[in-house]
Design a protein around this ligand. Structure first.
Ligand code: KG4
Ligand code: ZN
Length: 337
């Protein structure tokens, strides 16, 4: 069984082919970073137009790289939300067009489900597992019981963690997207120079909060001579990243304890989403899992950030279960898991 996956919910135009042996036959990602750079963030209208201009070519390229024609494909999966609605609509209409023309099953996939099931594509793990989903729009702890069966144990009460990385990067004049730039700058920094808050530590739930930390960085910036010296930027990045790590680790510890109560030590702790590309955060979270005797799984970097393979795989999992969607499936800007 082979599924074509299409992803256009943010600023990556992506198409991929995966099969039921967990092989990625092609995975093409075109980043629009350059298109949005002059604006310091993703502009929805610019994104939608770029998806429209490039998606056909990206799908053709994926098929060519896999050495396949559409006649070899068993289903068309596409991100149907949540995301920037113009881009999602471009992806959904394209996918419906192919599905209708070829008489193929259509699968409207939740983008978060794509991130959530990636570890089954990369590592073949069984349900249930504990998932920390950290991306530009989301920060959640989920118990993944099966395809379409997600229990949310914690979420952010304000900003998503990737959003906090992006905003801090903007304050420090680093550019967009902020995550990789903050991570790189932090390497030369002293995390202890600025006393930044470590949000939510010790709270009896599994929720997150990053807006106070972001404001603390803003205040620290305002107290420094302008323009900022490179060392100031590095120290702020290191301090910010350290606080995020401490907060994520504390929240993960709590969720792992809950997971143990239900599943007595079986199962894995998985991180997914763009922020899971951060090496320092991966190391901290891996240590938490190890201390709790739990297997730790973090997908390879290019499967952490948005891509078509995760959508193709989620579509394949749904297709195997007969969870096919009709062509009346509507693009959704908001769609909780
Ligand atoms: O999953 P993703 O590609 O798109 C969404 O679904 O949101 O995540 C993008 C987010 C951005 O906020 C980006 O700054 C962040 O992931 N990110 C990182 C790193 N690489 C990407 N955050 C921290 N460290 C990184 N290395
Ligand atoms: Zn994503």
């Amino acid at each position: 069984m082979i599924v074509l996956g299409i992803e256009t919910s943010c600023d990556e135009t992506a198409a991929a082919l995966v099969d039921d042996q967990r092989r990625i036959l092609a995975n093409v990602v075109l980043s629009q970073i350059e298109d949005h750079a002059p604006y310091g963030g993703v502009v929805p209208e610019v994104a939608a137009r770029a998806h429209l201009a490039h998606l056909d070519g990206i799908i053709r390229q994926a098929l060519a790289e896999a050495g396949l024609g559409l006649d070899a494909v068993d289903g068309i999966a596409v991100t149907a939300g949540p995301g920037l609605i113009g881009g999602v609509a471009v992806g959904v209409m394209t996918a419906k067009g192919i599905a209708a023309a070829r008489g193929l099953p259509f699968l409207g996939v939740n983008h978060l489900e794509g991130h959530a099931l990636t570890a089954r594509l990369t590592d073949g793990i069984e349900f249930p597992y504990l998932l920390l989903l950290v991306s530009g729009g989301h920060c959640q702890l989920l118990c993944v019981d099966g395809v379409g069966r997600y229990r949310r144990w914690g979420t952010t009460i304000d900003d998503a963690v990737g959003e906090a990385f992006d905003k801090v990067a903007k304050m420090l004049g680093l550019g967009h997207p902020g995550g990789p730039l903050v991570e790189a700058a932090a390497r030369g920094g002293d995390p202890r120079r600025f006393a930044l808050p470590r949000p939510m530590i010790g709270r009896p739930d599994c929720n997150f909060s990053f807006s106070g930390l972001k404001t603390a960085v803003r205040r620290a910036v305002a107290g420094l001579p302008q323009p900022l010296a490179a060392q100031d930027v590095a120290d702020l990045c290191a301090g910010f990243q350290d606080s995020v790590a401490a907060s994520l680790a504390d929240r993960a510890k709590r969720a792992i304890a809950m997971f143990h109560v239900e599943h007595s030590g079986n199962g894995a702790f998985v991180v997914a989403g763009g922020v899971a590309a951060n090496q320092m955060l991966r190391a901290r979270l891996s240590a938490v899992a190890e201390a709790a005797g739990m297997r730790f799984i973090a997908p390879p970097l290019k499967l952490c950030t948005d891509n078509g393979a995760m959508i193709a795989w989620a579509g394949l999992e749904r297709l195997r279960l007969g969870l096919v969607d009709g062509l009346d499936c509507a693009p959704r800007p908001r769609w909780p898991l």
